[in-house]
Design a protein around this ligand. Structure first.
Ligand SMILES: NC(=O)c1ccc[n+]([C@@H]2O[C@H](COP(=O)([O-])OP(=O)(O)OC[C@H]3O[C@@H](n4cnc5c(N)ncnc54)[C@H](O)[C@@H]3O)[C@@H](O)[C@H]2O)c1
Length: 467
């Protein structure tokens, strides 16, 4: 269903009327139009700053350079020395920021930060520049994961950054810009480049005010296949006939994967149409069938990527909820994932396989009338945390994506007022599109996310629900 306010305020007359009425205008988000490029930041400037003892500048300077960015620095910055040293070592050219010059992105290495003095350095970096951030621009902060910090003051500063980006996201969202945080664990430095390719590009248009924790990559993990990152991979996507699942299937195929889309036998026709459009194959299968996992292993086998997207809502207050609605939601949204994975773990996954499960911000915030749905979507978050270690042993990973309000048939069926609230109570002031979830899933399924395991990433435009 289209967002009439967004469509209207994108016209010159609509813009003018919205301005006169003081109605906030949802920004037009710039989304990726094609697959991952070798130099996605070519022709764009990124200002790179650092806290005095920043340790991540070498990884940052090299990654930004390889992405084609023009890296700007300023003599006023406290952490200029580590940035210059890193750039010289990597033979990366730096440009001096001109007075009043704007930029597409501001990237700050907060890894050496301690206490309030460290946080003041972040203020000094961003405060004078923020008004010059480009529309649809990016603020990205990198810190040491709190558990890897050496002192109480560093731990405190690291956790303070989460509140900082959440507030900043609410300030810059109106121009379609986002603020995110990467928390770098011990040994995770080689995975920074992949995460930057997602969070600093249009592939992450609807990811706002989130923190992405990176851990040491699995042994032998592919770290730098950034173009056609899924070439040669076999992927399955459940619930692929329409909505988010169809977009996931299409985006995985765009990055080179051979995709098998799965949906209920009743949706076989729609599934066939979607799959022929993207050059994939369809398999009519109810994910709750007792033998679903065995059939996937037998009929496809050798899976590199498994996306558990099929999901339903059957909303009613718990006091009125019939048992069969409870069971249906629990079985489709959660039980099927557990059973299929258990079966694929014994037979069906290739080494290094990636599993991505679709959760929901409804599993984080909870909604009246969604005890069944909320339980399944929160269960997924715990499930991926618990299975991360097991997946890492074979070089793989399991993660979840928690969509916010996304424009699909599922949300079109909502009553008008909650639908409008779902869209507007977000820093980006609009609902997301299926492609936004598909981009995040594709990131998680690719070598770009080599440092991500056991995590849940919200893709919600900083929806205020449960934020
Ligand atoms: N749309 C949103 O705003 C939103 C928000 C948060 C989470 N999600 C989650 O995203 C996922 C996709 O949602 P959507 O909005 O695209 O929904 P949708 O209803 O448009 O599509 C869901 C697909 O899953 C399929 N499906 C349902 N039961 C199945 C079964 N037993 N076996 C196989 N396939 C089955 C359906 O036929 C359909 O094609 C769901 O898990 C949903 O909970 C959606």
């Amino acid at each position: 269903m289209s967002d009439r306010l967004l469509d209207f305020t994108q016209t010159p007359m609509g813009k003018q009327i919205a301005g006169l009425l003081g109605v906030p205008t949802p920004p037009k988000l710039r989304r990726a139009k094609s697959g991952y490029a070798a130099q996605p930041l070519e022709g764009r400037s990124v200002v790179l700053g650092s806290a005095t003892d920043g340790e991540l500048s070498p990884a940052l300077a090299s990654a930004l350079h390889e992405m084609g960015a023009t890296i700007l620095v300023s003599t006023e910055l406290p952490g200029l020395a580590p940035v210059k040293k890193a750039a010289a070592a990597a033979k990366v050219p730096l440009k001096t920021e001109a007075q009043g010059e704007g930029a597409y992105a501001y990237v700050f290495d907060a890894s050496g930060m301690e206490g309030t003095a460290g946080l003041r350095q972040l203020y000094d970096f961003l405060q004078p520049r923020l008004s010059r951030l480009a529309p649809n621009g990016r603020v990205l902060i990198l810190s040491r994961a709190a558990e890897n910090t050496a002192s109480v003051a560093a731990y405190t500063a690291s956790t303070a950054l989460r509140g900082f980006i959440k507030s900043l996201g609410k300030e810059i969202g109106k121009k379609g810009a986002t603020a995110n945080l990467i928390e770098v664990g011990a040994g995770a430095e080689p995975t920074i480049a992949g995460a930057l390719r997602f969070l600093l590009t249009e592939h992450s248009a609807f990811v706002d005010a989130q923190f992405l924790a990176l851990s040491k990559p699995a042994k032998g993990a592919e770290l730098d296949r950034f173009v056609s990152p899924l070439a040669g991979k076999v992927a399955i996507v459940t619930g692929a006939a329409r909505g988010i699942g169809a977009a996931i299937a299409e985006t995985l195929a765009r990055e080179g994967a051979s995709v098998v889309g799965i949906d209920r036998p009743a949706e076989e026709g729609a599934l066939g149409l979607t799959m022929s459009r993207i050059g994939g194959r369809g398999l009519a299968l109810d994910v709750t069938a007792a033998d679903a996992g065995e059939r996937l292993a037998k009929e496809i086998g050798g899976l590199d990527i498994v996306i558990h997207n099929a999901g339903v809502t059957r909303d009613k207050m718990l006091r009125n909820m019939p048992a069969h609605w409870w069971d249906q939601v629990l079985e489709i949204n959660l039980g099927a994932i557990l059973r299929i994975n258990d079966s694929l773990f014994t037979n069906g996954l290739n080494p290094g396989a990636r599993i991505v499960c679709i959760s929901s911000i409804g599993g984080i915030s909870g909604n009246a009338g969604q005890t069944n749905y909320g339980a399944t979507k929160a269960g997924i978050i715990g499930y991926v945390e618990k299975l991360a270690g097991q997946m890492a042993k074979s070089g793989g990973a399991i993660n979840a994506i928690a969509p916010g309000y996304i424009e699909t048939q599922m949300t079109a069926a909502m009553p008008a007022i909650p639908r409008e609230v779902g869209r507007r109570l977000a820093s980006l002031n609009q609902g997301g599109l299926p492609i936004d979830i598909a981009e995040a899933v594709t990131f998680m399924a690719s070598p770009l996310a080599a440092g991500v395991n056991g995590r849940t990433l919200r893709v919600c435009g900083q929806n205020y629900m449960g934020a």
